[in-house]
Design a protein. Structure first.
Length: 421
């Protein structure tokens, strides 16, 4: 078989983060000069950058309250605590998610009950409906890699079974289902401002809610030292008076520098989303031309943010996928794969979380993850890069085509192992 000409080396670092706007850099420097990096002051301050960021973030989402903390994982932990989850409680969670999410459940002492995912990378509604009958009161729905499930179906199931919905929107800021933003369906929505998400402050998280008591609890738990009066986004005083003595301080605050670099990013979000979606479309169009690639269908109701692209290689074995991705890596293209035996590159999966116990059997999720690949889309990417990515992947898949053809040609129908070139 004729092998295609070797492609050029791919020289873009797909992990390139989005830079901080100059206004954020200036404000951060100003704060550092003053030394006032802690969010609270003791002399009747107005709360400064973090309080302003919270107010702006709540307004952006159209929710009453936002509480900024030091990570999305921390905001999920606080959401669970604020929803009254006690040690030993079952909490439902879709099995395709990132390690900090089961980590937050474990941190809150909850018992994760994993729900299968579909090949559309979203929670399996039927499996959720089944597992919701076993006593869990809370569902943590992780919009992993920005894939949004049928939110009307989810909301109906939550109502039917009396489930409190907590949305993990770490990777879905700006995404919508039938026009409604993720993070506004649930009792609580949790967001990340870690460098690889849609806003970048290195580390950071935000919890949003419309519920007075939940907001008061989250503010107290996050570590407000009874200075909650400095929050511009906060429920009435009575809620704090009722709760303040009973709630421990978990010290999960956001620093003023993080808020300072985040605030000027908020107005840029629509433009960033447009940029990601254009790049996503470009890359998807190119990958669609590769016969082995199965793209993930995106339902019309889902307005997603294309900051990463997932696809699967359903006709390849695990060993073949490993070889193909190895070849891509040799040409400088690092594609992530959820089928790896060991957790790597933000692609961990349920069997990597041994602390959950081995009794959660998820055959459908295992089958999906075994073939699922993942490419991050940095905003510095160009059309030229999309062409290069598709070219390298197509080239790397060449040897597997040889094998498939040989399988078809072999009189016995058996694979011919060495038939790779
Ligand atoms: C990044 C991410 C998290 C964790 O966010 P941190 O801010 O790093 O704690 C949780 N869930 C998903 C889907 C993520 O992508």
């Amino acid at each position: 078989m004729q092998r295609a000409a070797a492609p050029q080396r791919f020289d873009l670092d797909l992990t390139t983060p989005t830079p901080i706007p100059e206004a954020g850099i200036d404000r951060a420097v100003e704060l550092m000069r003053s030394g006032r990096l802690f969010r609270y002051g003791e002399t009747g301050d107005d709360g400064g950058e973090v309080a302003l960021f919270e107010r702006e973030f709540a307004d952006l989402l159209g929710r009453r309250y936002a509480i900024a903390v030091n990570s999305c994982g921390a905001s999920l932990f606080l959401a669970l605590r604020s929803a009254g989850v006690a040690p030993g409680d079952d909490v439902l969670l879709n099995a395709l998610t990132l390690a900090p999410v089961p980590g937050a459940l474990e941190h809150a002492g909850a018992q994760p009950v994993l729900v299968e995912v579909t090949d559309g990378c979203t929670i399996d509604i039927d499996d959720l409906d089944r597992k919701a009958r076993n006593g869990a009161r809370v569902l943590v729905l992780s919009h992993m890699r920005g894939h949004v499930a049928d939110m009307e179906a989810i909301t109906a199931i939550c109502e039917r079974h009396g489930l409190t919905l907590i949305e993990d929107c770490a990777h879905s800021l700006g995404a919508r289902w039938n026009g409604r933003a993720t993070g506004t369906f649930g009792h609580v929505g949790c967001f990340s401002t870690q460098s690889f998400k849609h806003l970048n402050s290195g580390e950071g998280g935000v919890l949003v809610t419309d519920d007075d008591e939940t907001a008061a609890r989250a503010i107290l738990y996050s570590g407000s030292y009874m200075l909650y009066g400095q929050h511009l986004s906060r429920p009435p005083e009575v809620f704090f008076e009722k709760l303040r003595a009973a709630i421990p301080n978990y010290s999960m605050r956001m620093t003023a520098v993080a808020a300072a670099v985040l605030r000027p990013q908020l107005p840029l979000l629509p433009e960033r989303i447009k940029g990601w979606n254009n790049l996503y479309q470009e890359l998807e169009d190119r990958l669609a031309g590769i016969p082995e690639v199965r793209l993930i269908a995106r339902p019309p109701a889902e307005a997603f943010v294309g900051s990463s692209l997932q696809f699967s290689l359903p006709t390849l074995t695990g060993a073949e996928i490993q070889d193909v991705l190895q070849t891509c890596a040799e040409y400088g293209l690092h594609i992530k794969w959820f089928g790896r035996q060991e957790a790597s590159g933000f692609t961990s999966r349920p069997d990597h979380w041994a602390y959950l116990g081995a009794d959660q059997v998820l055959p459908q999720t295992q089958a999906v993850l075994a073939k699922l690949c993942d490419i991050r889309i940095p905003l510095v990417m160009t059309v030229h890069d999309s062409v290069a990515i598709a070219g390298i992947l197509d080239f790397a898949l060449g040897p597997t085509r040889g094998r498939i053809r040989q399988v078809a040609d072999s009189p016995s129908g058996m694979p011919v192992d060495q038939a790779v070139d």
